[in-house]
Write a protein that binds this ligand. Structure first.
Ligand code: SF4
Length: 448
């Protein structure tokens, strides 16, 4: 049974040294109890206490890492059923399927799509993370050959899929340093997989024909010391696959049932032959609760909406996406260019900067930290008012960049113009449009 924060605190060293990232042992204990910290963050826990804390410190859904270095992909670690309770932690990985019996042209085309289909949105790069290499041919040599090709052309995470454990072992030898995910341990090959992973550590998918079988397999693997596991419930139709995701998440979080406390992998293309339905099924698993979603192919029109959906669902609802406070140059502004100011809600920044770009008038865009609130909300909350904006303008060096003294404020903050004129007597305050879409027309009339 999980320990309470106070029970955990009693076992900690009570140095209050802060090396674990929080100032006190009590705060660390509370984080451990909530599954928000790893015991390994404290270097001073005794071996005896470690043994007692093992269960309490483990997150209810294990965090599994595939790959290494910058492209290491982390999945699991979830602590809530619903995003509004706190937040979802690690976005599901999106994987592209490549089979070893595909011809070279097809493999090259898929690799090209994997690399090209990435998108910039609100300052983030949205892209898929993994390639699933399937030993469809059953041939050891072909499998190794395609793994080598993919390994040398991309630093993405790799999933090795084969029904033949010897081929899986050969594939693992080729790319062990990339820490690939092995697919899959089953009732039929369990001991061979245990032997393989003990020799060459790698995360493993556990595949059962139902959840009872999965739980039995994960119990045996963890007893053998293999803990980096991902679950394939074996469902081949959407209704059961969807139900399985919910049962797994609920069993791990609400019942603290350790044998199902692992992230999952799903294959929507096993549930339909229609690419459009496959994308829709994938979107269901982005929302509930796929850990890795393997797609039969990538096309921009289906991949982009999935990436955006994933971004939206895995954004912390308590922390709006924010842009860093500062002065941003749009185009090639000079000393006669307009100066605009806005809030640091990321979407506001990217819309306003986009509209300035559209206007083809180079400008300075001042971004005030409003804790990620939009202009209207920040204004209503007193975070984008004259008393706050004026000191920011004074402290900035914007006045060194331009020879004029005109500041364009958003239309939604028009009520602040009087206050700003008082606080910034050298500046003329111009009221810009309420709707960012009207910025290009507004800037057409700009005169320093
Ligand atoms: S590192 Fe360990 S001893 Fe130091 S504050 Fe954190 S829990 Fe306490």
């Amino acid at each position: 049974m999980a320990l309470t924060g106070i029970a955990i605190f009693k076992l900690l060293p009570k140095k209050n040294c802060g090396e674990c990232g929080v100032p006190t042992c009590l705060a660390f204990a509370m984080n451990l109890a909530a599954g928000k910290a790893e015991l390994s963050a404290c270097p001073y826990v005794s071996e005896e206490a470690k043994a007692q804390l093992q269960e309490a410190s483990a997150p209810p859904i294990r965090i599994v890492t595939i790959g290494t270095g910058e492209r290491a992909f982390k999945v699991g670690g979830e602590t809530v059923m619903f995003r509004h309770e706190k937040r979802f932690e690690n976005p599901p990985g999106i994987a592209l399927l490549i089979k070893d019996n595909m011809d070279n042209t097809e493999v090259d085309a898929r690799l090209a799509r994997f690399k090209q289909l990435q998108y910039e949105r609100v300052g983030l790069t949205l892209r898929p993370e993994l390639i699933a290499i399937k030993n469809e041919s059953g041939d050891n040599g072909k499998f190794v050959e395609i793994i080598n090709k993919i390994k040398s052309s991309s630093d993405c995470g790799i999933i090795l899929m084969s029904d033949n454990t010897d081929n899986l072992a050969a594939g693992l030898q080729v790319c062990a340093e990339r820490k690939p995910l092995l697919y899959a341990a089953t009732n039929d090959n369990l001991q061979k997989i245990i032997d393989l992973v003990k020799k060459t550590p790698a995360p493993v998918v556990v595949k059962g024909s139902n959840l009872d079988e999965v739980a039995d397999l994960t119990t045996k693997l963890t007893a053998a010391g293999i803990n980096d596991l991902i679950i394939d419930s074996g469902a081949k139709e959407i209704k059961r696959a969807f139900e399985d995701q919910i049962i797994i998440r609920s069993a791990a979080l609400n019942k603290k049932f350790r044998p199902l406390g692992f992230p999952t992998i799903v294959f929507p293309f096993d549930m339909t032959a229609d690419p459009m339905k496959e994308a829709i099924y994938a979107s269901i698993f982005v929302a509930k609760y796929g850990g890795i979603i393997v797609l039969s192919d990538f096309q921009g029109e289906s991949l982009f909406p999935l990436l955006v959906e994933r971004l939206n669902i895995y954004t912390d609802p308590q922390r709006p996406l924010a842009t860093t406070e500062g002065i941003y140059e749009i185009g090639k502004p000079d000393d006669k260019s307009p100066v605009l100011i806005t809030s640091n809600f990321s979407l506001t920044y990217f819309l306003v900067s986009g509209y300035i770009e559209t206007s083809k008038v180079s400008a300075y865009l001042m971004v005030k930290d409003t804790e990620g609130l939009s202009v209207m909300t920040a204004w209503a909350a007193g975070k984008f008012v004259a008393d706050v904006i004026a000191p920011f303008v004074k402290k900035s060096n914007v006045w060194e960049k331009v020879t004029h003294r005109k500041l364009i404020i958003p239309g939604y903050a028009a009520a602040e113009s009087g206050g700003l004129e008082e606080e910034l007597p050298d500046w003329q305050i111009l009221i810009g449009p309420r709707d960012g879409a009207h910025i290009p027309a507004f800037l057409k009339n700009w005169k320093a």
